[in-house]
Every structure is written in structure tokens, then in C-alpha cells.
Design a protein around this ligand. Structure first.
Ligand code: ADE
Length: 412
């Protein structure tokens, strides 16, 4: 099917974005060289739902160069970049995406990607898997497997598998060391503050930042907030993580106590209704609310809308203010959607290099080592290879175990 994009005349801007990131993704570059020579994906049809920005486009292009027919859409209504979509459509990939899709368009574009009748899928939050297990079940018989990008998607896959319903093998890319230790922590840590700062142009130093959730993403967001000079409060529901946050030097308290203290709030829990009406009721005038979790359900924006007397335009289209009866205004960034992608460009190229190398190699591993339906970890040799390639690209050398050390570790 021909690409469905906003405006092909934006392609040159998109090509410049791709050309900026390609030299900064050396691990994928290695894979690309092999794919061009060996064509390991020849005959495959790959459906992708990922945030369609420049680094994602590089992955899609490389899978195509490896011999596959590739169709892609964006996994969030606000995260497709129209210039990147245009450029990618000129690089041999079927693109069905534009920024700002209405819910029915978002659904239709996902179905358009599935019309490729995929043999492999890449998902970010389970959008393709959701549709394949409902209206598009007829397509399941072709599918050799897929890879899932994010914590939220892996949680859903495990629930599907637990109920005996998952119809094909899925690799939990999120859970690989070279993914969550870097992408979730340093990627989300940097890109979330990049999104907030470029959108608001406000100072962080000396303010109080409330981070909801102390998983790998929350750890990164809190660490970077501290680096920017903020006083950081962490809220958690998990006592182990709450202890971690305390020993990492943060204040820990319930959201109800944190609400009147915060200048900035960042939710990264993967759950819903983390900041709600009771919290809005006690927040400071001018507080800024941002979400960096997968879905837009962490900050209950609809409750805030109900409580407010008027919406106030922000300094740009990524900010909306809600004026409450008390006269206080609370500012919500990017409609409560992923602030790092909806109001920024996502994680840095050097980090997506690692994640997307894992994605490409995990798909390939499903061809060389077919699996029955279920959720699988990334093969540890793939994780090690990505780590080794990254070090080699940096010119960083490390020690190796001597035979004596190896037998010492293997002895009891
Ligand atoms: N760029 C592409 N996919 C992304 C993701 N899941 N998180 C951050 N940046 C991205």
C-alpha cells in the first residue's frame, strides 16, 4: 500500500535528521553492513509500531536493507515526526503515520501496517499485538514472532501469555541489560528533561521536583533532576524501591504529601491515576505536570479539566494551563503524553543505537532459532555482543578473565 504521510515536501528536513543520527549509531551500523551483504531478512514482511522519529527510521531502513518489506506506524498519536515520515517513505519503507492522529486514525494506520501480512512484528506498548489478538487474528498464522520495546508492553504480553492467549513468540527487548540499564535510565533521564526544558524554558535548579515511580526510568529522571540542581522527592508504592530512593538520597513520601511541595511533577510509574483530583486540589500555583510513562493515564488530565474553570494557552502548543476556581493555574505538558517524545525527539541516538540493535538481532534470532508462542528474554549472547560493539565503537578496552580466574569462579 502506498505510504500515508502528511507532506512529502518535508522529506529533505527528515533526511537531514536521519543523516545526523546515522554516524552516532555505530552498533546498528555494523548490523547494517552485514545485512547489506548477507540479506538475512530476505522474504520477511515486518510490521512496526514504534515512535516514528529519526532513530526509529534508521532501524526501519536497515531492516529493509536486510531484505525485508517493512511497514511502519507510530506507537503514539503525538510522536510521529512528519519530516522523518516523509524521508523514510523515500527510503523504501511503507510509512503510515503523521503527528496528531485522532483515535480512529491511529487505529486505521495500525491496521494499514498490518495489511503487509507480517511475518515479524516490532511493538512498543503492544498496539500491534492487541489488534492481532482481536480483529486481525487471521494474520497470526504467518507470524514467526516479534519483539517488544517497552516495560508496559512486556507487562501486557506476560498477562496474555499467563492466560494462555499469546499466539506467537515475543522477545522482551525491554528486559535486556543493554536496554533497560541504558535506554530506560539514561535515555529517559535525559530526554524527559530535554522535553520539559525545551518546552517550558524554565529553570530547574533550586526547584522541587516530584518523581512518581522509581523503576529504571524513574531512577534516571530523579538522577538528572538532581544533576540540574533540583530538590527531588520520590513517590513509590514498592517498599524496596522506596528504600532504594531513600538510600540514593531522595526524600520519599506519599503523593498527597508531595503535591503541595512540587514545582515540577514527572510520572513514570506505568500505572494509571497517579496524580488525581485530590492532588490537584493542593498543588502550588504554576506547578508543571509532565508524564514520561507509556500511556497518558498517569496524570488524570480529564479530572483536572473537570475541576478547572478555564483552559489557558501556554507559551507553545505543548503546554496547556488549567485555571482552578482558586485562581491557581496548573500547567500540563504534551496533554499528559510521553513528554520526551511528544515535546522532544526521544532518547539520544547513542542510546537508541543499543536498543534498536537489540531489536534487529532479536528479530533475526526468531528466524535462526524459531520458538513456540511465549515471552522470551533477549539471548544473552546478543546482549553481550551489543555491549562489546559499543565499547569497540568508543575505543574502550576492558580486561578479560585469565584461565586461572575462570576456573576459580567455576570452583566450589
Ligand atoms: N525513540 C524511538 N523510540 C523511543 C522510545 N521508546 N523511547 C524514547 N525514544 C525513542
Amino acid at each position: 500500500m502506498p505510504s500515508q504521510i502528511k507532506d512529502i515536501t518535508l522529506a529533505n528536513l527528515g533526511h537531514a535528521k536521519l543523516d545526523w543520527v546515522i554516524p552516532r549509531m555505530p552498533v546498528l551500523g555494523q548490523i547494517r553492513n552485514r545485512y547489506l551483504a548477507d540479506q538475512p531478512l530476505r522474504g520477511q514482511r515486518i510490521a512496526i509500531s514504534l515512535h516514528l522519529e529519526a532513530k526509529t527510521a534508521v532501524l526501519a531502513q536497515i531492516l529493509h536493507e536486510g531484505g525485508a518489506a517493512v511497514a511502519i506506524t507510530s506507537s503514539n498519536p503525538l510522536t510521529a515526526q512528519d519530516d522523518v515520515a516523509a524521508a523514510l517513505s523515500e527510503r523504501g519503507v511503507d510509512v503510515h503515520a503523521w503527528r496528531g492522529t485522532a483515535p480512529e486514525e491511529f487505529d486505521r494506520l495500525h491496521h494499514a501496517v498490518l495489511d503487509i501480512e507480517p511475518t515479524l512484528i516490532i511493538d512498543d506498548g503492544g498496539e500491534l499485538t492487541d489488534r492481532l489478538h482481536q480483529g486481525r487474528r487471521a494474520l497470526v498464522k504467518n507470524i514467526r514472532g516479534g519483539a517488544e520495546e517497552t516495560t508496559t508492553g512486556v507487562t501486557r504480553l506476560k498477562a496474555l501469555a499467563r492466560d494462555g492467549l499469546l499466539a506467537y513468540p515475543m522477545v522482551a527487548v525491554n528486559d535486556a541489560d543493554m536496554k533497560h540499564l541504558f535506554d530506560n535510565r539514561y535515555g529517559t533521564g535525559q530526554s524527559t528533561w530535554d522535553g520539559i526544558i525545551r518546552t517550558t524554558n524554565l529553570v530547574i535548579a533550586g526547584t522541587t521536583v516530584v518523581v512518581a515511580g522509581y523503576g529504571w526510568c524513574g531512577k534516571g529522571v530523579a538522577e538528572r533532576a538532581r544533576g540540574l540542581g533540583a530538590h527531588v522527592i520520590v513517590t513509590e508504592i514498592n517498599p524496596v524501591r522506596a528504600n532504594e530512593a531513600l538510600m540514593d538520597g531522595y526524600r520519599v513520601m506519599p503523593m498527597q504529601d508531595a503535591a503541595p511541595r512540587g514545582d515540577f511533577f514527572v510520572t513514570v510509574t506505568g500505572n494509571r491515576d497517579v496524580i488525581t483530583r485530590d492532588h490537584f486540589a493542593v498543588m502550588k500555583d504554576g506547578a508543571v505536570l509532565a508524564n514520561a510513562g507509556h500511556f497518558d493515564v498517569e496524570v488524570a488530565v480529564s479530572q483536572l479539566r473537570d475541576l478547572s474553570e478555564a483552559e489557558v494557552p501556554g507559551r507553545n502548543s505543548s503546554i496547556v494551563g488549567y485555571r482552578l476556581k482558586s485562581g491557581r493555574i496548573l500547567w500540563v505538558l504534551a496533554e499528559g503524553r510521553l513528554v520526551n517524545l511528544a515535546a522532544g525527539d526521544g532518547h539520544p541516538a547513542e542510546i537508541m543505537d543499543l536498543t534498536f540493535a537489540l531489536q534487529a538481532l532479536s528479530l533475526e534470532s526468531l528466524l535462526t532459532n524459531p520458538k513456540s508462542p511465549g515471552v522470551y528474554p533477549v539471548d544473552p549472547t546478543i546482549d553481550q555482543w551489543v555491549a562489546t560493539m559499543r565499547l569497540s565503537a568508543l575505543g574502550t578496552h576492558i580486561d578479560a578473565l585469565t584461565p586461572q580466574q575462570q576456573s576459580y569462579l567455576a570452583s566450589w
